[in-house]
Design a protein. Structure first.
Length: 198
């Protein structure tokens, strides 16, 4: 079960041979912490736990719930989803020509037997020096409004990312190598999760 409405996370899993059922948690993402590692891991855990609590006691084979959340750290400040155009513009004016760290929290919960593994993964992202008119055009597409740090690397925003240090999947919103390690901690072989339809 993927406790996330992110189409990019779902696409990443499907491309890796895993076809989860999506169950959106509906968790309030408002929080008091400003630490990006705690924030990303904490929100990922809240999402996974919310979905897991709804599924407890349901009959069926062993199941897992994955929750994820991403935030961008820039100069010690946390940039989440801007939600509106003016906030997205401010983010890009601060980010252009600079580098930030994208933190993605992962929480994997096993329902049978019960178990939980939580990780936060950091990847450095180097942004291009955008002109104001490029920022305005990008914001006008709506793409950056509901994504952490007001950018995507797998969409229209990909041309505005000069480089990445670390796991590129993490910037999309889900680190496949780390998720494989998390499943291994629950004694699950990654290749056993592959769907035969692939």
């Amino acid at each position: 079960m993927l406790a996330s409405a992110s189409p990019a996370r779902l696409a990443t899993l499907r491309q890796a041979g895993i076809h989860p059922r999506v169950v959106v948690s509906g968790v309030d993402e408002t929080t008091s912490t400003s630490d990006p590692v705690e924030l990303s891991a904490g929100l990922a855990a809240l999402k996974a736990r919310a979905v897991a609590s709804e599924l407890t006691g349901e009959p069926g084979p062993a199941r897992w719930v994955l929750g994820c959340d991403s935030v961008l750290e820039l100069d010690g400040a946390v940039l989440g989803k801007p939600h509106d155009a003016e906030t997205a513009r401010r983010c890009w004016r601060a980010m252009r020509g600079r580098s930030g760290v994208l933190h993605t929290g992962h929480c994997l919960i096993g329902l049978d037997p019960a178990a939980e593994v939580v990780r936060s993964v950091a990847t450095t992202v180097h942004f291009a020096s955008l002109e104001d008119r490029e920022i305005d055009a990008y914001v006008a597409t709506g793409e950056p409004l509901e994504v952490a740090g007001a950018f995507t690397v797998d969409g229209l925003g990909g041309a505005f990312v000069r480089g990445i240090e670390g796991d590129h999947h993490n910037v999309v919103g889900l680190s496949l190598p780390v998720l494989r390690e998390m499943f291994a901690e629950l004694d699950v072989l990654w290749t056993d999760l592959w769907d035969p339809r692939d």
